[in-house]
Design a protein around this ligand. Structure first.
Ligand SMILES: [Zn+2]
Length: 142
């Protein structure tokens, strides 16, 4: 069975997308999804629509992860294998952290280069494959 490593954060169809919330009062978009109160300090909204974020964004910052990332970024392997992490700015104005797609490293991206959301197998356990979003470099880079 193939399931998301973390439920409700992204879709896994042919065109996967991150799931965000949009405040029904002020339209403030939040990822991860807001479930309590709107983060907009001048808004008292408590209800949210589910929206899919843009699948493409631009690299805002990136790094080689030489250490275990914090929750909810689940350890990918044992022993730990370093990978590249990118912070990607989406047109909605949010910056979303993610691994670079398998086979890509920091040499494939630069600040401002374009990436696209993909969903890949993060790890496999007794229940099957666990999926996670990653950023696939598509822009001209390096
Ligand atoms: Zn709001």
């Amino acid at each position: 069975m193939t399931t998301p490593a973390i439920e409700g954060w992204f879709t896994t169809g042919p065109e996967p997308a991150l799931l965000a919330s949009s405040c029904t009062e002020c339209g403030n978009v939040a990822f991860p999804r807001e479930t309590g109160f709107c983060k907009n300090p001048v808004c008292s909204g408590e209800t949210f629509d589910e929206v899919e974020l843009s699948r493409r964004g631009r690299v805002w910052s990136y790094t080689d992860a030489q250490y275990q990332p914090p929750a909810p970024y689940i350890p990918t392997s044992d022993p730990y294998v370093p990978f590249a992490l990118a912070a990607v700015e989406l047109p909605e104005g949010l910056v979303v952290l993610g691994q670079l797609a398998t086979g890509h490293g920091v040499d494939d991206v630069s600040v401002g280069s374009e990436v696209q959301l993909v969903v890949e197998t993060l790890y496999t356990d007794d229940e099957g494959e666990k999926l996670m979003w990653k950023w696939l470099p598509i822009g001209e880079s390096a």
